[in-house]
Design a protein around this ligand. Sequence first.
Ligand code: HPA
Ligand code: ZN
Length: 329
Amino acid sequence: MRWQAFPKVELHLHLEGAAPSAFIRGLAAEKHVDIHKVFDQDGNYAFRDFVHFLQVYEVATSVLQSPEDYARLTRAVLEQSAENGVIYCETFLSPDFCGGGDVAAWREYLSAMQEVATQAEAKDGITLRGIITCIRHFGPEQARTAALCAADTVGDFITGFGIAGDEGKGRPRDFLWSFDCAREAGLRLTAHAGEWGGPQSVREALSDLRVERIGHGVRAIEDLALVDELAERGVVLECCPGSNVALGLYPSWQDHPIEKLRARGVKVTVSTDDPPFFHTDMTREFDELARAFGWQAEDFAEITRTALDAAFCDEDTKARIEKRLETPG
Ligand code: HPA
Ligand code: ZN
């Protein structure tokens, strides 16, 4: 575990997707909910493909039913991240799962998670910020509710808005209202694109939703004019190589385009997406990238700086994290 202690910045992590399978199994047992179908014989999450993954994800998430459950989840996730050297993390949060889109309920979930984040910052030295995501396959109407929750709770902790879910459903422009609402409220923007959709999905996320970061975006590599445009405009890609390999988008780590994108001038960063689902963590991402592309400390330091530059937190927080990158330990 050579890279475990290396200080890391992670920008793309779905909170429920970071729930260890044992944590979800324990919660299911406490609540007497039968979700055995989402696990394999070894107790790991089991799914066939991306769409099935999203279904399994939602069944697993269904046992998280209260602000206290989300507080426990946040604690477990931050402990794991800190163990892997993460000092700053942005996580996707969905009011659809936390209170069913009701703003008052959402506020209760949020304050429970934020309280744990404050404790973890003092105890484990990890800083957390939240990006509210709407869920593409829940449709544009429900996305408006998520955007309104985001606009209502924008602040030091909730700093961004984005879209996750099934890239095969609908088009970015269907979610224009939500993104405009979030932008007007002062939230920074990111969108999942260019994972299951091709280069055109990245173009649409940029032109229609006017996001500054792209979740994944790796299939931009199929259109070099787009790659050059991303480089020129300084668009940041939240790459999650382990996730892409686990879901079969690329057959191996060596086949992942992150190195080609970086070599052509695109700002790339590294995250885990949904670590226990994809049998990864930030240490493994670094280990595999070092093995596949010969990346060394200076390469990882560069992508970490890129990630911090692209973080959605305020400048004071950034300066604080930057100091810790300069003098690790
Ligand atoms: N991709 C898209 N949507 C998601 C994911 C993911 O990895 N996890 C949870 N929602
Ligand atoms: Zn994701």
